[in-house]
Write a protein that binds this ligand. Structure first.
Ligand SMILES: [Zn+2]
Length: 437
């Protein structure tokens, strides 16, 4: 997961110019958008909705309420056990006591729910408590809104009762975005952009990315005016329709990450690439079950070499390890990103690349490679090529040539802007750093 730059200002302006008029027309020629039913005080301008960065959007009055309503759709469940399992990661009041071998036990405050049937849907007091904690959370954002939908939370006793309140809440919020000119459509509709393929491709190319920020495995490049990237909605447009056309919500990514991975698990609390990447908080580590790897340089180098030659990787594992000093909220986002994009599983296919990086690191750090580079540069200098600071061009050329890490690994480790422009470069960089330590 790589941190990336936001869209450049001229692109932001061009995007707004091309999209805002159509939204305004569908919104009854109004610039302000209302997004919570019965609550006219919550509005956002079309300008902000399209162009503001995430922190500004999150600080808009009512947006956190809106997002909680949208995300609460994940609590719509098929059974009591499924509901409690989903809730436990969001609400510390919900404790999972047991979840295995046909024994399921959960507790909220002093009420315990216990069943041997995973599919149990029978009414239970614990569902009433769940309805109340959801109501309480909503009330933290807006008390009146919470009362509107959960006034009688104490009579909600079954999964189906709770599901219907959650569904009603989401449906009514969606109705707020209904098109004035066509009741069957929403006025914030992704088709406004997808009908302009040139603009979509231009947007994706404008970020100047070369690899997918989510996986750093696949290239995303351009051909002619087009891009090989997908435009991912960080907050899925089905779940958060208000953000279907917001730039802050667009992340150019590879199609595997966009369509195959992200459909399975909500991204809400994963790393948001315009704000943070793995950095030093999560590093790739190559591990082996053989002890000498740590101790005996020669033996372990031979071990690496043999494994690559024979393509036998059983004695190695490649893990993404979180730094113990990383604050817990970021740790959680790292874990969510790993889970969302199946990073540990897809990187298991890159053990060979990791082993090669480890072997190169050893060869490089051992010194003989560096010595031969030094000798090469000396010979070039002796053969008449000047390397004086007064000739800028030549000096620059030599500055690149004596970047030994780049010569060895093909990656500009020392240039933060270019460090991750190649597939797998984060992994290779981490292995190189740990080999040097
Ligand atoms: Zn990807």
């Amino acid at each position: 997961m790589i941190k990336i730059d936001f869209f450049p200002p001229d692109m932001v302006k061009e995007y707004e110019d091309q999209i805002s008029e159509e939204i305004k027309r569908r919104n009854g020629n109004k610039n302000e958008i209302r997004f919570i039913p019965h609550m006219p005080k919550y509005t956002i301008s079309i300008h902000d909705l399209l162009t503001a960065d995430r922190s500004k959007i999150l600080n808009t009055n009512g947006i956190k309420l809106y997002m909680f309503i949208c995300s609460s759709q994940k609590y719509i469940s098929q059974s009591n056990v499924e509901l409690l399992r989903t809730l436990k990661s969001d609400f510390p009041q919900v404790h999972e006591i047991e979840h295995r071998n046909n024994n399921y036990k959960y507790r909220i405050y002093s009420t315990t729910y216990c069943t041997t049937c995973k599919d149990d849907t029978s009414p239970n007091n614990i569902i009433t408590l769940v309805a109340n904690i959801i109501k309480y959370k909503l009330a933290l954002f807006d008390r009146n809104f919470a009362i509107n939908y959960f006034n009688n939370a104490y009579i909600i006793r079954s999964i189906s009762d709770l599901n219907s309140v959650l569904e009603q809440m989401f449906n009514e919020v969606n109705k707020e975005l209904q098109d004035c000119t066509n009741n069957k459509k929403r006025f914030i509709d992704y088709s406004i952009l997808s009908d302009k393929p040139d603009l979509r491709h231009k947007l994706m190319n404008s970020v100047g990315l070369r690899t997918c920020p989510y996986c750093n495995r696949n290239y995303i490049t351009s051909y002619g005016e087009k891009s090989t990237a997908d435009l991912d909605h960080f907050y899925q447009k089905k779940q958060y329709p208000l953000f279907a056309l917001s730039l802050f919500n667009f992340v150019p990514s590879c199609s595997v990450c966009n369509s195959r991975m992200k459909n399975t698990y909500p991204a809400d609390d994963a790393l948001y690439p315009y704000e943070e990447g793995f950095e030093d908080d999560a590093r790739f580590e190559l591990k082996t079950t053989r002890k000498p790897y740590e101790k005996n340089f020669c033996e372990s180098t031979v071990h690496l070499f043999q494994a690559i030659r024979d393509t036998k990787f059983d004695e190695f594992s490649l893990e993404i390890v979180t730094n113990p000093k990383t604050p817990p909220p970021k740790k959680k986002r790292i874990e969510n990103s790993k889970k969302l994009f199946h990073l540990t599983e897809v990187y298991a296919n890159h053990k060979r690349d990791a082993l090669e990086a480890a072997l190169r690191t050893r060869v490089y750090c051992e010194g003989s490679y560096k010595t031969s580079c030094d000798n090469l540069l000396k010979k070039l200098e002796e053969s008449g090529m000047k390397m004086t600071a007064s000739v800028d061009l030549e000096a620059n050329m030599f500055a690149d040539m004596i970047d030994y890490e780049w010569l060895m690994f093909g990656i500009f480790f020392n240039d933060e802007k270019r460090r991750y422009e190649k597939p797998l470069s984060k992994m290779i960089y981490d292995i190189y750093k740990s080999g040097k330590e």
